[in-house]
Ligand binder design. Sequence first.
Ligand code: AP5
Length: 221
Amino acid sequence: MNKSLAPIILLGPPGAGKGTQARVLEERHGLVQLSTGDLLRAAVKQGSALGREARTYMDAGKLVPDDLIIRIIADWMQKPEAQKGFILDGFPRTQAQAKALDAMLEKKNLKLRGVIEMKVNDPALIERVCGRFTCSKCGEGYHDKFKPPKKPGVCDKCGNTQFVRRPDDNAETMKTRLEAYYAQTAPIIPYYEKRGILYHVDGMAGVEEVTKQVEEVLKRI
Ligand code: AP5
């Protein structure tokens, strides 16, 4: 099997840096980021039936039901992007999703290349998520403390002056998101550990150091 086509999972709590690292890997390795959070937010923006259903769960910080997410992933797997190597960011998040992913990959004659767990403590996660914002035009990500725009109020990338914050990026919703992570997502870690495909990086380190650690893992797998 061509290992560059085998998918990689970035696993970690909300704000661990999954999206940040997935975008770096996209640029450096030509992989495709598959973020269920981004797919759901696009559906919410379109106002589709799926988006309307998902929104109530997302705004409350709860996981969207498995059947809905599995359908979204199954549809995505039919797209041309899925013919390249991809990085799963935010999926799977439950045992049912992990099993459904295995079945989908088997049908495509693919095997997981590895699962990279990003560990970050709760206070740091809350600080990261509550300070996050993005450019409304080009989507460039920023953080009040860790990555402010070079010129205050102006996007470094496209010069736009409008920014947006996610409705679920607040301390109260973050409490529910963390509870969902520890109750429903963390229990899938042993599933991958038993298969010998689980790797760890120190998500508390700075962005570049985390990238370095992720790259080290990729060299080994
Ligand atoms: P989703 O969009 O997947 O959100 P999440 O898992 O909560 O993850 P985040 O996007 O908040 O964080 P991240 O780990 O990507 O961190 P980031 O790189 O942005 O899901 C949203 C909702 O959709 C869920 O609550 C649920 O309702 C639903 N959903 C999605 N998938 C689902 C599924 N499979 N099943 C059911 N429901 C699902 O970084 C965060 C911030 O920190 C940024 O500002 C960044 O600049 C900064 N940062 C990143 N790395 C570092 C670092 N090393 N040091 C300092 N700052 C850093």
